[in-house]
Design a protein around this ligand. Structure first.
Ligand code: NAP
Length: 287
């Protein structure tokens, strides 16, 4: 739903490639409409080559801001004026607010994930958490969890291109937050068992188990699960991954990545407009 475009309508949108599959235009345009805000949100297929030109144009066009997705979350950094604490630690941005020509970068993926965990009944403040993976989603969740007061963060990665990235992330979290972060090899099953025994929330932030590879799981050994553990997946295609199905069978509470997607948008909307997204309505329509 889009209200009438006027001479004062402000533009914003998503910069990435590809972008045509995105649910964000529906989420934000419906919310603008419901709240009577004179704004629109469009998708722009823009890769790294043209990113600088486009960002500078959006700065000068009195836009309210924009989102970034692949491959632009890190590439946008040189064009921004200021970063939130989380964006600075992660080194990536998915939301930019245009404050009269000053571009301020934020990362709301981790905010969205932490809100979805709370909604699933899992408040990890002062508790231990384990995250599988060390890519974009894992970094955003790890840093937000550390900022939000998780006491110990166990990052788990395979020894591959991600390992060095994971080591740097652990250092940055330990330097910039009160959370104690450590790193474990995904292949070290006994170390995982030991760490999981005191862990409240396990998060799969790898792409393992995503459609069409629905039979894959990042944790082969189901005896690692215990009923005190909540298990989550950032994946939402399928709604229940093999990891979540096996964890549920072992008595764990589980939740998927669907509401992470919704709540990262909710957080971006608040940053741009200062107003609360009509989230329940958006949830009913699209989630
Ligand atoms: P990414 O930056 O490519 O990171 C993927 C991570 O998974 C890397 O650490 C990678 O390690 C690891 N990995 C891949 N295959 C693996 C395997 N077989 N065994 C162990 N580790 C493996 O991707 P991303 O952007 O973080 O996305 C990860 C997942 O999150 C995707 O499924 C994406 O759709 C989902 N996601 C969901 C939301 C949401 O709102 N729900 C938001 C963002 C992303 P290597 O470096 O060794 O390959």
């Amino acid at each position: 739903m889009i209200h009438q475009i006027t001479g004062r309508t402000r533009l914003g949108g998503l910069l990435g490639s590809p972008v045509s599959h995105s649910i964000s235009p529906m989420m934000h345009n419906d919310s603008f409409y419901e709240l009577g805000l004179d704004c629109v949100y469009l998708c722009f297929d823009v890769g790294q080559e043209k990113l600088g030109n486009v960002v500078n144009a959006l700065r000068d066009m009195n836009t309210y801001g924009f989102n970034l997705t692949m491959p632009n979350k890190e590439a946008v950094l040189p064009y921004l004026d200021e970063l939130s604490l989380a964006a600075r630690i992660i080194g990536a941005v998915n939301t930019v607010k245009n404050e009269n020509g000053k571009l301020v970068g934020y990362m709301t993926d981790g905010i969205g994930y932490m809100r979805s965990a709370k909604e699933a009944g899992c408040d990890v403040t002062g508790k231990e958490m384990m995250i599988l993976g060390a890519g974009g989603a894992a970094s955003a969740i790890a840093v937000q969890a550390a900022i939000d007061g998780v006491s110990k963060l166990h990052l788990v990665s395979r020894k591959s291109r991600s390992w060095e990235k994971a080591e740097k992330l652990v250092l940055k979290i330990n330097e910039n937050t009160n959370c104690q972060a450590d790193l474990t090899d995904l292949a070290d099953n006994e170390a995982l068992r030991e760490l999981l025994s005191s862990t409240a929330l396990l998060t799969n932030a790898t792409s393992v188990g995503m459609s069409p590879n629905k039979k894959a799981t990042p944790l082969q050994d189901v005896s690692l699960f215990h009923p005190g553990l909540t298990v989550s997946d950032v994946i939402y295609h399928p709604r229940e991954t093999r990891l979540l199905a096996e964890a549920r069978a072992a008595g764990c509470k589980t939740f998927n990545g669907m509401y992470m997607l919704l709540y990262q948008g909710e957080a971006a909307f608040k940053i741009w407009t200062g107003q609360d997204m009509p989230t329940e309505l958006i949830k009913k329509r699209y989630f």
